[in-house]
Design a protein around this ligand. Structure first.
Ligand code: ATP
Ligand code: MG
Length: 434
């Protein structure tokens, strides 16, 4: 490996050190050149003085923004420098030159529209604020996985190529699989339920789901990072919400503690919801919307985007950034439990976080006969689901779970306008590269 340490590890008045990274900024003050060099962990200032190191001073005249350089030298305390330390160089080497002009400024705080940023994503990803989003993202996923590992959940991987879709419909991406038609996975739903039948008891998956969404919205993409959970021997959907609530709280707490630098860079004041997440019924949700905001969702069996946003405001004001809406009417989804004797129509719930749906879940139908009845009522082609129906027919414990959109979680935690900012290389109806 090339001899160097991270910029964040450079201490003033230590012995000579070497750092390497991209040239973030160049300031030429006549007999003085300041280079700000950036690596993954931060920025450091190098001061080239004509009097002190004439050869290096001469060499640095040709430096360009975003060149990759390595500098060795003596770390000195400096009030003006980022991190309170600067380097007086004794060695300077350009490892790779950057072409110029750059299609995107990295160091300057210039407003660039998202589409230009994404067109030049490899450069955009160099910005410290963009990198901060992905450091946060990594912290969130790691923390979430940690919680499920500690609770004894099994880490699973389900197939991304299938013969049919769990949810069916127009959102399926068809592909050619050798000489037959197949689809990209919309959700690991069927497989995680099969694993409940197989006795795995509690599973989680950090996976990918594909949805051919018609429109590009600020909360929809075509390739989604999905965190899926399923657990067996539940009494009801409240057990599933408990898991969702505790794991999310843990992940947010970890991020608030471990990612201070990133939250600072993104100007985010993350409050961890320590109180119980409110759980309201769908009817109560409609009631709040009607009485407080005079809002009526177009589809009276679902919350619309505006409804979620308004409910989000309502609960945020009471100190609850996250809450559950439970029991959607008319939820005749074959795998969702419909319990006529419950006062709620179905054991389905959505978690709304900061005014946006973050996950959907519920208790599943483990009675195969009932499930097949619903499938027939709904006109679902049971032939496509034989492997699943069969798997559940040899004894399945009551179970439930949820799917959480990781990209939406990152979007909300990092306080980003658009979900695509939370994805390194996002896919939407109009974007297939980079
Ligand atoms: P929405 O109603 O917001 O379009 P959905 O109800 O269709 O979402 P689910 O099938 O419930 O989505 O998927 C579970 C979770 O996956 C959602 O709560 C959301 O966080 C995420 N998700 C679903 N579709 C997308 C998408 N196209 N882009 C980003 N995230 C998505
Ligand atoms: Mg949903």
């Amino acid at each position: 490996m090339i001899d160097r340490i991270h910029t964040s590890d450079v201490e003033p008045d230590a012995d000579e050190v070497a750092i390497a990274g991209h040239v973030h900024e160049i300031r030429d003050l006549g007999g003085l050149v300041f280079l700000i060099v950036r690596d993954r962990e931060g920025l450091i200032q190098i001061v080239f003085k004509e009097e002190r190191e004439p050869d290096l001073f001469e060499a640095v005249q040709d430096v360009g923004a975003e060149d990759v350089v390595r500098v060795a030298g003596e770390p000195l305390e400096s009030d003006q420098a980022p991190g309170g330390v600067e380097i007086a160089p004794t060695e300077y080497e350009v490892i790779d030159e950057a072409d110029s002009p750059l299609p995107l400024e990295i160091s300057k705080d210039i407003e660039v529209d998202l589409s230009t940023r994404l067109d030049n994503r490899a450069l955009d990803l160099r910005k410290p604020e963009t990198l901060a989003v992905f450091t946060l993202r990594s912290e969130l996923i790691t923390a979430m996985e940690e919680w499920f590992e500690d609770e004894g959940f099994v880490d699973i991987k389900t197939p991304l190529i299938s013969k049919g879709g769990a949810e069916g419909g127009a959102e399926l991406f068809p592909i050619l699989y050798y000489n037959q038609d197949a689809f990209l996975s919309q959700s690991p739903q069927l497989y995680k339920q099969m694993l409940m039948a197989s006795g795995y008891e509690a599973v989680y998956e950090t996976g990918t789901a594909f949805r051919a969404e018609d429109f590009a919205t600020s909360r929809h993409v075509s390739e989604i990072a999905m965190f899926d959970v399923e657990l067996a021997y539940v009494d009801d959907h409240d057990d599933v919400m408990d898991v969702q609530e505790e794991s999310l709280r843990y992940a947010l707490r970890e991020v608030a503690e471990n990612a201070e630098r990133e939250l600072d860079l993104l100007d985010v004041d993350l409050d961890v919801p320590e109180d119980d997440f409110p759980r309201i019924t769908f009817d109560e949700a409609l009631d709040i919307l009607e009485t407080e905001y005079g809002h009526f969702p177009d589809d009276p069996t679902d919350l619309d985007t505006k409804g979620e946003k308004l409910l989000g405001e309502h609960f945020e004001e009471q100190g609850h950034p996250a809450f559950f809406v439970v029991g959607y009417p008319d939820e005749k989804f074959y795998y969702m439990q419909d319990v006529p004797e419950d006062d709620i129509a179905s054991r389905k719930f959505d978690l709304i976080y900061k005014g946006q749906e973050l996950s959907s879940g519920g208790q599943r139908e483990h009675d195969v006969e009932r499930m097949v009845e619903v499938m027939e009522e709904e006109g679902v082609e049971t032939a496509n689901f034989e492997f699943y129906i069969e798997a559940l027919s040899y004894g399945t414990p009551p179970h439930g779970g949820y799917g959480l959109g990781i990209d939406r979680l990152v979007q909300k935690v990092a306080d980003l306008d658009n979900i695509k900012e939370a994805i390194m290389f996002p896919r939407d109806p109009n974007r297939l590269e980079p």
